[in-house]
Design a protein around this ligand. Structure first.
Ligand SMILES: [Fe+2]
Length: 399
């Protein structure tokens, strides 16, 4: 690695690390033990002592910043299992995944500030109470999903740096106003959770026996109206916190949005993994991708507990009773479906995993259509950057 380039990598990483430390880390309270007091769908009271990413970063961050990690020479990189520097395709894949994780971390941070365990007893408690209609443990799950995405960002960027590659940093695009609820840091954000159009067809897709990879098209929605118009998934103002059914609709919108985000991550990692060259990069993509699958499975289990409700053009129905298979709430295992060929037996799998579906371009376009970047002051520049990164990742080929 050339000295000037290596210096730039270090500067980028330190800038990134400082921004993570200052802006994105969860409140320390999120690591506190939390027992559920309002279990509605879980029979067993649970106590959590999960590790906090905040604590972890104190150690891991120091490791990342050590000379060993950041001053790795090209020669050292060549001595890894990978056997050399990464291919252009692998770098494009890792950078796109880091980009997706930064986006995920930003939106999860906003959910965590208002709905995570650290927000318990704060101004946003009514939002937490409504989220707990879906499951009493929602605040802990939200805090942990947030930690996980931040760990993915930190790892992917540090890995890129360790291979002499540039990290991904979107700090210049953090300019979207956050929720105005008292207590929420009024810093610019990368994503907008206040004007979402959430496509809930993934719910039907995972309960169907057909597969988008083999041409199936899913238009049926689990929640009528949520995919059109613009809907908040977080309380936007203090007034929202005493808005009755509207606040409940906001919480349920979040519940289905969690599933939407994580099903995209699930397919994205599996699709891009097929294009990876390095065995070590494949280990990374299938291992982090596995965490996305775990997240998705939790959220689709919880979303189905939404209670019947109509608000602002959205209709939540009781998915726990009298529903066809394509909507049945407790069908949370992936229904066996067509896979590879309709002449082969149907198979229980994650899907889609083919190019042209939820590949890099498909996932990023899905985020755009979701409304996540509404209000971005540098919208054209940011969208161009994301789509360029996505196209490069999708163009990667196994070597
Ligand atoms: Fe992630």
């Amino acid at each position: 690695m050339e000295t000037s380039y290596r210096h730039q990598v270090i500067v980028n990483f330190i800038t990134y690390y400082e921004s993570m430390k200052n802006k994105n880390l969860p409140r320390t309270k999120s690591s506190q033990t939390q027992s559920s007091s309002s279990e509605t769908h879980s029979n067993t009271p649970r106590v959590f002592r999960r590790r906090s990413f905040l604590k972890g970063l104190g150690i891991t961050g120091a490791t990342f910043l050590s000379a060993n990690a950041l001053l790795m020479t090209k020669g050292k990189a060549q001595s890894t299992q990978n056997g050399g520097t990464l291919t252009k395709g692998d770098v494009a894949i890792l950078r796109l995944l880091a980009a997706a994780e930064i986006i995920e971390a930003d939106l999860w941070q906003q959910y965590n500030e208002l709905g995570g365990v650290g927000a318990t007893g704060s101004m946003s408690q009514p939002y937490i109470t409504d989220l707990q209609v879906l499951d009493g443990d929602m605040p802990q799950y939200i805090a942990d999903n947030t930690d996980d995405e931040k760990s993915h960002v930190a790892f992917l960027n540090a890995y890129l740096a360790s291979k002499g590659e540039q990290m991904v940093n979107f700090d210049a695009f953090r300019n979207i106003p956050p929720s105005k609820v008292t207590g929420v840091p009024q810093t610019g954000r990368l994503t907008n959770l206040q004007e979402l159009s959430v496509d809930t067809s993934w719910w039907v897709r995972y309960r169907s026996t057909t597969n988008p990879d083999l041409g199936a098209v899913f238009t049926q929605q689990a929640v009528q109206g949520l995919n059109v118009g613009q809907h908040p998934a977080i309380p936007v103002t203090n007034a929202d916190l005493s808005s009755g059914n509207h606040l409940l609709a906001i919480a349920f919108t979040a519940g289905f949005h969690f599933g939407f985000i994580e099903q995209a991550g699930t397919s994205l990692y599996a699709t891009l993994s097929q294009k990876v060259t390095s065995a070590e990069v494949l280990k990374i993509t299938i291992s982090i991708g596995g965490a996305e699958i775990l997240h998705f499975q939790v959220w689709q289990d919880k979303a189905g507990n939404a209670t019947p409700l109509t608000d602002n053009g959205i209709t939540f129905v009781d998915l726990t009773k009298n529903q066809p298979q394509t909507l049945q709430g407790n069908l949370i295992m992936p229904e066996p479906c067509d896979f590879i060929s309709t002449s082969l037996p149907q198979c229980s799998i994650i899907r889609p995993t083919s190019a042209g579906q939820l590949d890099a371009t498909g996932a990023i376009k899905g985020f755009i259509a979701d409304g996540l970047f509404i209000g971005q002051q540098r919208s054209a520049e940011f969208i161009d950057l994301l789509l360029d990164m996505a196209h490069e990742a999708d163009a990667a080929q196994r070597e």
